[in-house]
Design a protein around this ligand. Sequence first.
Ligand code: ZN
Length: 396
Amino acid sequence: MDNQPQDVSSWFENTMHNAIAKRASDVHIEPERDTLNIRFRIDGLLQQIEVLGNHLQDNIISMIKVMSNMNITERRLPQDGHFEFNYMNKVYNIRVSVLPSLYGETIVFRILNREDILIRLEGLGLLPDQLELVNKLISSSSGMVLTTGPTGSGKTNLLYSIIHALNKPNKNIITLEDPIEYQMTNIRQTQINESIGLSYVKAMRSVVRQDPDVVMLGEIRDVDTAQMAILATLTGILILTTFHTFDVPALITRFLEFGVTNSIIAQTIKGVISTRLVRKICDSCKEPYAIKELEKLDTYTRNLIEHHTTPINFQKGRGCDKCGNTGYLGRTGVFEVVYFDEEIKTCIIEYKLPSYISALIQRKKARSLRDAAMEKVFQGVTTIEEVSRVLGSRIG
Ligand SMILES: [Zn+2]
């Protein structure tokens, strides 16, 4: 802990520059017993950046509270706020969360409208056959397209890319978001604000009267929003939204629990895109390697390797200055795209069991998330270790 900063505000300025330059999505300021730890989330993983003495804690917290319009005297309750930060002629929106903890208040900044958020659909990492299916899904003039995945899996990013692709002068596109992560031109974006009563349901009710073609709905969490959204699709609107489930049968079950009938589900849901993010091998230090002990891999992965028809190009990052010796730099999406065709719709109408629907999807040879991720391993984009980290290891 040498080189302790003298001036808190220039320390803060430097830290924010550093975070943006390193492409961090979040900055953590975490009080421990004797220290104040600074960590950045880069490519989805936290990295320790700096350890300060805790004598700076009070000054830093007060400064940040003032900047984010928070109550400076409140230290026992969580607070949310935001501020804007200028860096290289670009304005960044920073969302701030303060949470009291054992050794003082923990602060987390989320850096919004980062450069890496808005990318074209073609640049997300969809395999060619999947991109074709996604384009087919989003060309529907009504109905619902869902993206699923855990927090930080790239599902909002995917929705932004879809909106970007649909953004034409002849379309009225409205988004309901919490928070607005990226500002887009020619799109009407509304910030959901529960504290003043502007909930998803309430906003949705008004949006349908705004003559929209496409509505991006941040997420479906409750019965009212689910039913509202389904009703809207029946009036000829294409709804894009996110949902917290892990597979298609679970999603169907959830909608049934929300009181949506099976025939309406079959009629309105066009398809589901599941997504995860995997780290890419650093281009500056990647080198080919051969897997020596194939028998140590699980059967599923071994099968994929043995039955792969095109040449396999295993690569690994040695670690260099550019990637902070991690061997990885940047991330790419991996996807599973399920198009609800007649066969799947019939299953839903006939109340087939979840296991039956899962088997049907597998039979259709739609690539699963793991298949899509392994394809990226074979192309030398990522590693087997990274796939296991993100999707879990397979046993047997
Ligand atoms: Zn490297």
